[in-house]
Design a protein around this ligand. Structure first.
Ligand SMILES: Cc1cc2nc3c(=O)[nH]c(=O)nc-3n(C[C@H](O)[C@H](O)[C@H](O)COP(=O)(O)OP(=O)(O)OC[C@H]3O[C@@H](n4cnc5c(N)ncnc54)[C@H](O)[C@@H]3O)c2cc1C
Length: 383
């Protein structure tokens, strides 16, 4: 498995504590979480205790004040434990908006609760009529005295049914296309006019709640505008996207490693024609290809992470990490499922879950077609 050269003793110790969290508190409940389509709040609180929800949040706001490498460690450990349903990466992305653009008052108010798990975070961009084309959103947040009046609806929101805090993408100036977009922080508890619609039934990611949200004459104070200036939403989103896309790359890497591990275990045991499945040349070649792809993906992601740390990760490279990572993940889980034969199609085998969960990686976080547009635009610009 890949050797991340940036990993120190501190990263390894952190990895161990995250792994323990999964083994002790997540895996014993995994079937129940899957059946209920949601993770217990008690687990979020335990994760908060371990620091997983606030690793990169500065210490003065209740976090551990660590670099993004520690988040990457946590996503890899989640995948190693065989889970891709718990939406803490999205929760962490919501916190990044607050650390990146929040006022001092906003950081003090919300970050400690997000770090502890007392509040679960989500980011609400997508609408029934606007996904890839985010500028076409219809949700509005219009100034009315010292409040915003919010109307609209969102869909496909990860952690949507559980969320206590939303980073909402809305138009504060509906006539002004991208420049009219702002991010508004919404505390959902007892919020009049706010409702959670259907918890959506999905092909995969069964443990994660993905929900529709509705806003009908919802009122929040003007101080809930993220930052101090309206119309900055698009710029704020663009600044965070490279890290968000890199996270999806690391999730792809972790899931691919997990697929290879469970498949190796299987093909060493299972026999056909008097041999282990592992002994067929086709199996050996497929697994050798998967292991090579994993190494290449890992090296590319680590390179992107180093550039991100230096502050110079180009959006097109982050887009490459997202589309190529998810593509490789889907190829690997497909080949690995094939090596399980019919058992690979049975839900009691981990590979079937890995297969179902992988597919959405090509869709969310910006579809892979949009990623290729981002890359092509940069090629055209730099030519
Ligand atoms: C499980 C899940 C979790 C999600 N979580 C969240 C979340 O937490 N928050 C959130 O805001 N959203 C979330 N999403 C939404 C996700 O980001 C969108 O589904 C995605 O951006 C695509 O939008 P869309 O579904 O409207 O597809 P569309 O935009 O309608 O796209 C349909 C197809 O057309 C293609 N297409 C569109 N435009 C172009 C173009 N210019 N060039 C070429 N092809 C194009 C797309 O690539 C796609 O293949 C989630 C989605 C899923 C399925």
């Amino acid at each position: 498995m890949p050797n991340h050269l940036w990993m120190t003793e501190d990263h390894r110790a952190y990895a161990e504590s995250v792994a323990r969290l999964f083994v002790d508190d997540f895996l014993p409940n995994i079937d129940r979480y899957t059946a209920q389509g949601q993770i217990d709040r008690a687990f979020w609180l335990k994760a908060g205790d371990v620091g997983v929800l606030g690793a990169t949040i500065p210490e003065e706001y209740g976090g551990l004040g660590l670099s993004r490498h520690f988040d990457a460690v946590a996503y890899l450990e989640q995948a190693k434990a065989g889970d891709s349903g718990w939406g803490f990466s999205v929760h962490n992305i919501a916190t990044h908006y607050l650390t990146g653009f929040g006022t001092e008052e906003q950081k003090r108010r919300w970050l400690p609760k997000l770090a502890s798990g007392e509040m679960i975070g989500a980011i609400a961009m997508t609408e029934p009529g606007a996904g890839s084309d985010l500028q076409a959103i219809k949700t509005t947040a219009i100034r009315d005295g010292n409040e915003y009046l919010i109307n609209g609806s969102k869909t496909f929101i990860t952690n949507g049914a559980s969320a206590d805090l939303l980073v909402l993408v809305a138009k504060t100036d509906p006539k002004a296309a991208g420049k009219g977009v702002s991010l508004i922080v919404i505390e959902t508890k007892n919020l009049e006019g706010y409702s959670v619609g259907r918890k959506l039934d999905k092909l995969g990611m069964k443990r994660n709640d993905t929900a529709e949200l509705a806003f009908k004459d919802v009122r929040v104070p003007l101080t809930n505008l993220l930052g101090t200036e309206e119309g900055k939403g698009f710029i704020q989103l663009m600044k965070q996207l490279p890290w968000e896309r890199l996270i999806l790359g690391y999730i792809a890497l972790g899931a691919s490693e997990c697929a290879l591990k469970v498949t190796l275990e299987y093909v060493r045991e299972r026999k056909a024609f008097g041999k282990r499945i592992m002994d067929f040349q086709n199996t050996r070649f497929k697994l050798a290809e998967a292991a090579t792809k994993i190494e290449l993906l890992s090296a590319f992601l680590d390179n992107c992470l180093a550039e991100l740390d230096n502050g110079d990760l180009a959006p097109e490279k982050a887009a490459m990490a997202k589309w190529w990572g998810s593509e490789i993940q889907c190829e690997i889980v497909d080949e690995c499922l094939q090596l399980h034969g019919g058992y690979g199609f049975m839900t009691e085998y981990k590979i079937s879950e890995l297969y179902a969960d992988a597919r959405v990686q090509k869709i969310y976080g910006g579809t892979n077609e949009i990623m290729k547009e981002v890359i092509a635009r940069a090629l055209d610009r730099d030519a």
